[in-house]
Write a protein that binds this ligand. Structure first.
Ligand SMILES: [Zn+2]
Length: 189
């Protein structure tokens, strides 16, 4: 998947944003954490190109193991249950959820080892045949790219319906420790 991860992370965070805001988390940070999590697994491309010399498919690195993201999400859930710094647990949780969503989207045509690290067989719902060069044209000209366009269009629609202003002021206030924040708080920022 090429362009679909960012809108998917955005849509996931937007869907849960109200719940987070009710618990005193700034929307700016919550959405940023969701989008960052959605693209985080592909940070392994740096290792792939710079250190590994493109020796292995980057989906065989731990950053693309579903168990890593599922465990991270479970750890956040347990953190939440401890009752300590719950807002940070939610921020970490949306990051982990974004990473797990990345695994699902990469499984459409991208090969993910769902049994990793114990079973490294790669799985994808559909296969993309190598018919064009360069390699990425095969993915862009495949029907599955419509899914990426759909995700992007949905994110743009959500953004336009209720734009989220990324307030510089909000960066200094990741978490408000007091109780509820009104739903229209973004308007005043
Ligand atoms: Zn990926």
């Amino acid at each position: 998947m090429f362009i679909g991860h960012i809108p998917a992370g955005y849509l996931t965070a937007k869907a849960l944003q109200r719940k987070a805001r009710e618990r005193g988390i700034s929307s700016t940070h919550f959405i940023f954490a969701g989008v960052a999590g959605a693209i985080a697994p592909d940070i392994d491309l740096l290792y792939f190109y710079l250190l590994d010399g493109r020796a292995h498919h980057h989906h065989t690195y731990a950053t693309h193991f579903p168990v890593v993201w599922a465990s991270a999400f479970l750890a956040c859930a347990m953190w939440w249950l401890t009752g300590k710094a719950r807002q940070w647990a939610l921020l970490a949780g949306i990051f982990a959820l974004g990473g797990f969503g990345h695994m699902l989207l990469d499984s459409v045509v991208g090969d993910i080892a769902w049994g990793a690290p114990w079973d490294m067989r790669l799985f994808s719902l559909f296969e993309v045949r190598a018919a064009y060069r360069p390699w990425w044209l095969n993915f862009i000209l495949n029907w599955s790219f419509a899914l990426e366009i759909l995700l992007t269009a949905a994110a743009v629609i959500v953004w336009r319906r209720r734009p989220h202003r990324l307030s510089p002021r909000a960066w200094h206030k990741p978490v408000r420790w007091s109780a509820r924040i009104p739903d229209n708080s973004w308007r005043s920022q």
